[in-house]
Design a protein around this ligand. Structure first.
Ligand code: S3P
Length: 176
């Protein structure tokens, strides 16, 4: 059976849209950690950050990952900061093949700032915050990932197809 596929990457890389396409390509169930957090907390991510702070949010996010260990047949899209905690990186590897969707910083920033729903970018200089945060996480994405895909020039459908090809190539990590 095809292993679980986990999508990591910075805000704006397209994890959720690509994840939905990958789920329909594979027949896997689509799960999004941000959606699970909202469901568990019955309030938006922005509200959680504003009232409880980031540390609290990270706790809920971590619990959702832990609950997914042992679950099969899923495509999991994750929040951009999930890789910060070393414990989470280890859990992701247990859950499935980890794909890092990356893109040029300008493209990521344009997409990430479009929704206005990212509490971490609500600063005086969102672009500077974005660059600092992204650079501080590059090593964590690299460590967590089985492979990286540059999606800068690809539409979501193409990203999903490329990811599926790569996952089939990395399948062996979950065999035997
Ligand atoms: C975050 C990214 C968000 C969400 C939260 C924190 C981050 O998810 O989990 O706002 O730390 O990068 P997306 O990557 O889907 O925007």
């Amino acid at each position: 059976m095809l292993p679980n596929i986990i999508l990591i990457g910075f805000m704006g890389c397209g994890k959720s849209s690509v994840g939905r396409r990958l789920a329909s390509l594979t027949g896997h169930r689509f799960i999004d950690t941000d959606e699970q957090v909202v469901k568990a907390e019955k309030r938006s991510i922005s509200q959680i950050f504003a009232t409880e702070g980031e540390t609290y949010f990270r706790g809920v996010e971590n619990q959702i990952l832990e609950d997914l260990v042992g679950v099969a047949g899923i495509v999991l899209s994750t929040g951009g900061g999930v890789v910060i905690a070393p414990e989470n990186r280890a859990i992701l590897k247990k859950i499935g093949i980890v794909a890092w969707i990356d893109a040029e910083p300008d493209i990521l920033f344009e997409r990430a700032s479009r929704s206005g729903k990212r509490p971490l970018l609500k600063t005086e200089d969102p672009r500077a915050t974005f660059d600092t945060l992204r650079e501080s996480r590059l090593d964590a994405y690299a460590e967590a990932a089985d492979f990286r895909l540059d999606s800068s020039s690809l539409v979501h459908d193409a990203v999903a197809q490329h990811l599926l090809d790569e996952v089939l190539r990395h399948h062996h990590r979950f065999e035997g």
